[in-house]
Design a protein around this ligand. Structure first.
Ligand SMILES: *Cc1c(COP(=O)(O)O)cnc(C)c1O
Length: 223
C-alpha cells in the first residue's frame, strides 16, 4: 500500500459521517494526485490558478476541483469552465465576476463566503460585519449564476487550542446567523469549510462538515 493511500485511510477513519474531505494538493506533483485518485479520492483543493490550469486537464474528468486560495478577479475566467466550488469568495466584486464568467460558460458556480475569524492580520476574507452588510444589501440575490453554499474560514495560526476552538466556534455561530437570516429555506446553504492538517479535529468538534487537508495526506510541500 502506498503511503498516500495509507494516509488517506488514516484520515478517513477519523472523519465522522457527514464530514467531507477535500485533499489539498497544491505544490504537489501530478503523480501524487493520481495516486490519491486511485485511492478513491475525487475532491482536490488547489490555491493557484496557474497550477490548477496545468493539473486539471491531466486528471480524469470526474475530479471535483476546489479553489481555496486568494482569487484575483482577472483570473476567474480561466477556472470558470470547470471549477466545482470556490471556497475563497471575499468580496462582492469577486462574486459579480464569478457570476459573469459562470454565465458565459452556461454554468452555476458554487461559492463559499470566506470569513476572517483569526486574531492575526490576514489579508483575505470578509470581516464578519462586512459580510453581513453585503448580504443585507441584497444585490447578490440577482446573481443567478452563482450559488452561495456556505462559509469557509481559517483559525489563528497558533498552538493554543483555546484560540482555535474560539475561532471555529465563532465561524459556526456566524454560519447559523447567516443561515437563519438569509438562507432559511435553502438546503444548499449547508457547507462549513474549516479545519486543516493541524486543526481539523478541533474544527469538526466545532461543527465543520468540510475539512481541507494537505500535509497529512501528501506529506510536506516542496515550495
Ligand atoms: C494549504 C491550505 C490548506 C491545507 O493545509 P495543510 O496544513 O497542508 O493541511 C487548507 N486550506 C487552505 C486555505 C490552504 O491554503
Amino acid at each position: 500500500m502506498t503511503s498516500i493511500q495509507n494516509n488517506l485511510d488514516e484520515v478517513r477513519a477519523t472523519l465522522p459521517a457527514g464530514v467531507k474531505l477535500v485533499a489539498v494538493s497544491k505544490f504537489h506533483p501530478l503523480e501524487k494526485l493520481k495516486e490519491a485518485y486511485l485511492a478513491g479520492l475525487r475532491d482536490f483543493g488547489e490555491s493557484n490558478v496557474k497550477e490548477l490550469q496545468t493539473k486539471q486537464p491531466q486528471m480524469p474528468s470526474d475530479v471535483c476541483w476546489h479553489f481555496i486560495g486568494h482569487l484575483q478577479t482577472n483570473k476567474v475566467k480561466y477556472i470558470a469552465p470547470y471549477i466545482d466550488l470556490i471556497h475563497s469568495v471575499d468580496s462582492f466584486k469577486l462574486m459579480k465576476e464569478i457570476n459573469h464568467r459562470a454565465s458565459i460558460n452556461n454554468r452555476i458556480i458554487k461559492c463559499l463566503l470566506q470569513l476572517h475569524m483569526a486574531e492575526e492580520e490576514q489579508k483575505h476574507g470578509f470581516i464578519p460585519d462586512k459580510c453581513i452588510e453585503m448580504l443585507t444589501d441584497g444585490e447578490w440575490r440577482k446573481l443567478d449564476n452563482i450559488k452561495i453554499c456556505g462559509i469557509m474560514t481559517m483559525a489563528t495560526n497558533t498552538s493554543d487550542s483555546t484560540i482555535i476552538h474560539r475561532d471555529f466556534a465563532g465561524a459556526k455561530q456566524l454560519f447559523d446567523y447567516i443561515k437563519t437570516n438569509f438562507f432559511p429555506n435553502d438546503s444548499d446553504f449547508s457547507i462549513r469549510s474549516y479545519g486543516m492538517s493541524g486543526d481539523y479535529h478541533i474544527a469538526i468538534s466545532e461543527g465543520s462538515n468540510m475539512v481541507r487537508v494537505g500535509t497529512r495526506i501528501f506529506g510536506e510541500r516542496e515550495y
